[in-house]
Design a protein around this ligand. Structure first.
Ligand code: NDP
Length: 315
């Protein structure tokens, strides 16, 4: 049978390019888990995906009710779950004030981390039930949250501190909208959320890989400077960022190429190792990359897991 893969945020950028790359192989049915149904439908059509290769299902990661509803709807569809790709993200680099999810968590960490954390935890049951030979749970990471790289050292740097803001529910009434309890900074909140993504992948690996055989992986697909992720940045940045990445840092990667990379992590028989953070070199060959100290801190991963469990109502 065809593999069945759920991709969050498949209505644009990396998620859409990955959906297209997998659908084109004819070996995958892609469930596009998106907050804007019509946008997703238009995106799939304009990418030339044929109807029998995808299904669109509603998912708004900034509402935990919506996450639970999605899981119910997915189960009712009767489809198996072979691979889950946590790809969606929001980035608010110019926001002066924090925005919040339905439950009142700061929006970037609430959506990118907590929404995906609940989704992944709930869908573990479904992954476990699948009889697919290579089951995978993938969380898209980023170099920007990784302070052992040049890009990860552009201020404001990611830093989760002692998690006091996260423990307080990520809102200013109780404590702070930032994980470390500091003043709100939209760019930092995004980087912090990506650190949480990478820590969560490793914690999944430690808790479940041996028992379930599921492959847990993260990746940095390259700098896809043209995606909607930068939609809230100032216009000058949006004009200069793609050529800067192309000619100066040479980290630029097209949406199509990034989609092929993530599709590899979903389906390539040689990428089954669990607990790995994948990156690609200039010739587009994949390699196991090193995470920064904070992004590979075992103790912090466990704490983020435990505090997040409480916030999403699992503990
Ligand atoms: P895009 O903005 O193009 O895609 C993000 C997707 O997430 C969109 O489909 C968006 O939906 C969706 N999304 C946002 N909020 C929600 C929500 N509340 N519920 C459901 N879906 C939501 O950005 P990219 O393709 O660049 O980003 C994809 C991933 O790649 C992210 O995890 C990002 O961190 C990562 N990444 C990107 C890099 C880059 O250079 N661009 C580099 C490294 C990592 P909608 O279409 O409705 O807006």
């Amino acid at each position: 049978r065809k593999g069945s893969v759920v991709i969050t945020g498949a209505s644009s950028g990396l998620g859409l390019a990955t959906a297209k790359a997998l659908a084109e192989t004819g070996k995958w049915h892609v469930i596009m888990a998106c907050r804007d149904f019509l946008k997703a439908e238009r995106a799939a059509k304009s990418a030339g995906m044929s109807k029998e290769n995808y299904t669109i299902m509603h998912l708004d990661l900034s509402s935990l009710d919506s996450v639970r509803q999605f899981v119910d709807n997915f189960r009712q569809s009767g489809r198996p779950l072979d691979v889950l790709v946590n790809n969606a993200a929001v980035y608010q680099p110019t926001a002066r004030e924090p925005a919040f999810t339905a439950e009142g968590f700061e929006l970037s960490v609430g959506t990118n981390h907590l929404g995906h954390f609940l989704l992944s935890r709930l869908l573990m049951d479904d992954l476990n039930k699948s009889d697919y030979p290579s089951k995978r749970l993938i969380i898209v990471g980023s170099i920007t949250g990784n302070t052992n790289t040049l890009a990860g050292n552009v201020p404001p740097k990611a830093n989760l501190g002692d998690l006091r803001g996260l423990a307080g529910g990520l809102n200013e009434l109780n404590s702070s909208a930032m994980i470390d309890g500091g003043n709100f900074d939209g760019a930092k909140a995004y980087k912090d959320s990506k650190i949480c993504n990478m820590l969560t992948m490793q914690e999944f690996h430690r808790r479940y890989h041996e028992e379930t055989g599921i492959t847990f992986a993260s990746l940095y697909p390259g700098c896809i400077a043209t995606t909607g992720l930068f939609r809230e940045h100032i216009p000058l940045f949006r004009t200069l960022f793609p050529p800067f990445q192309k000619y100066i840092t040479k980290g630029f990667v097209s949406e199509e190429e990034s989609g092929k990379r993530l599709a590899q992590v979903v389906s390539d028989p040689s990428l089954t190792k669990s607990g790995v953070y994948w990156s690609w070199n200039k010739d587009s060959a994949s390699f196991e990359n090193q995470l920064s100290q904070e992004a590979s801190d075992v103790d912090k991963a466990r704490k983020v897991w435990e505090v997040s469990e409480k916030l999403v109502g699992l503990a």
